[in-house]
Design a protein. Structure first.
Length: 437
């Protein structure tokens, strides 16, 4: 679709504030199970979003038809959408700014034959099976995505971006005298040469066998260390409470708490969209430049996350967090870092002495009370005994409060791991967690 022709057609109808977003993605995935190729798929998709301020309201149309013949239809749909749009004072971003750029596109990844990627899956399966006769099931998969996008608005802002990445993932079921345990591992990058089959297989196997010979523990309160995977899960919900739309709707725990102490002084949380890696974000979907910023500093809440609309209502600058959410302009956090502490993971565990090391929580978003932060969830983890990791815990449920957790952080480890969805997390030590079995 010719953007200039689209804008010209809307200009003829007296519409001068316009945004155009184009996103084209292609993906390839395959899987191996029981020595056979279990799935193989390749797909492409293209989405165009057009926003226009009509009668002071921001109307949006989404289409997959990229043809110039669809321009008139898009224009008509925008006017129709404006009739039913209830939000007033629509706007587009017009400020002239410098934008940071980072190319996270590896053309060599595209040149790696699909057959080579499939062959790797069979090798992973074979090596895992050969390691231990107790391994009774192995499932291996590969996914690859390539996305290119264009943002252009009537104020002269034009931004292009393209990126690609791949993931190998595998799950293992091990059976030791009818004690069955499952483990899962993912490796993600955009440089195919960085994937090492032997290292991947070794890490997954070692994670799996640690779960064998599980023990039962008492129902009581424990000192606990949360693995970075768990901290990631908690941060995802915690930072979601900074959404300014939720604050306006009185559904955020952080309402009326700007510049107040909301967490322990050990807690500093940063948003780093300009970090030069695969999570780099130069601008949000409204064309607002992204910026690295401190969200919570030594426990004090410094800012909410805004798009243009919420920023205007709060009389502040937009924060570069606008995103397409459920086919409309919403708000989403960028890459999040919990600032690490001084202790190693091992020193943190030694400091606990006796307690539990929590490695996963199940169903946080379903089991979390959004207003109070209370949750009770199935969890996995290990006993901490005499300052060292001991045996895997058979079954347990962890009950606590999300906001109390960040208020009661006793220590944070110096190691920081990239988990997923742009979250970088260390371990945290909490003094008092209710565990039931």
């Amino acid at each position: 679709m010719n953007v200039n022709k689209l804008f010209a057609k809307l200009n003829e109808k007296g519409v001068n504030d316009i945004e155009y977003r184009y996103a084209s993605s292609s993906s390839f995935s395959c899987g191996v199970f029981r020595h056979e190729l279990s799935n193989y798929s390749a797909s492409t998709s293209t989405i165009i979003n057009v926003d226009a301020v009509i009668d002071h309201k921001l109307a949006m149309v989404t289409t997959e038809n990229t043809s110039n013949n669809n321009i008139d239809n898009v224009v008509n749909q925008l006017f129709e959408a404006a009739k039913y749009t209830t939000k007033a004072e629509g706007e587009i971003y017009k400020e002239k700014n410098k934008y940071r750029h980072y190319n996270h596109f590896n053309k060599e990844l595209i040149n790696v034959p699909h057959q080579k990627k499939i062959d790797y899956l069979f090798v992973i399966e074979e090596k895992l099976k050969a390691l231990d006769k107790r391994i009774e099931e192995v499932e291996v998969g590969y996914e690859e995505t390539f996305v290119q996008s264009l943002f252009q608005n009537s104020a002269g802002i034009r931004l292009k971006n393209k990126r690609n990445s791949y993931s190998f993932f595998a799950s293992v079921v091990i059976n030791d005298n009818n004690e069955k345990k499952t483990e899962f591992l993912v490796f993600t990058d955009n440089d195919f040469t960085k994937f090492n089959v032997d290292n991947f297989v070794k890490e997954l196997y070692e994670k799996t066998i640690k779960k064998l010979n599980a023990v039962n523990i008492e129902t009581k309160k424990y000192k606990a260390v949360f693995d970075p995977e768990v901290v990631d899960t908690l941060l995802d919900f915690y930072i979601g409470q900074l959404n300014a739309e939720a604050v306006l709707k009185n559904s955020s725990w952080f309402k009326d708490k700007l510049n107040t102490q909301v967490a322990n002084k050990r807690v500093t949380i940063l948003e780093t969209p300009l970090k030069r890696d695969h999570d780099f974000i130069g601008a949000d979907v409204q064309g607002v430049p992204c910026q690295n910023k401190v969200l919570i500093k030594k426990g004090v809440l410094l800012t909410y996350l805004h798009n243009l609309e919420t920023a205007r209502k709060f009389n502040v600058n937009p924060t570069g967090n606008a995103a397409i959410v459920a086919s409309k302009i919403g708000i989403r956090p960028g890459p999040i870092h919990l600032k690490p502490g001084r202790l190693t993971r091992e020193e943190l565990i030694t400091k606990v002495g006796n307690g539990v090391y929590i490695t996963s929580l199940e169903g946080l978003h379903a089991g979390m009370n959004a207003q109070s932060g209370d949750f009770s969830l199935k969890a996995e983890g290990f006993v901490i005994k005499d300052g060292k990791l001991d045996r895997f815990i058979n079954m347990m449920t962890v009950a606590s409060n999300l906001f109390e957790i960040f208020n009661n952080v006793k220590a944070i480890s110096q190691n920081i791991e990239y988990i997923k969805n742009g979250v970088y997390a260390p371990c945290i030590y909490i003094d008092n967690i209710s565990v039931s079995v």
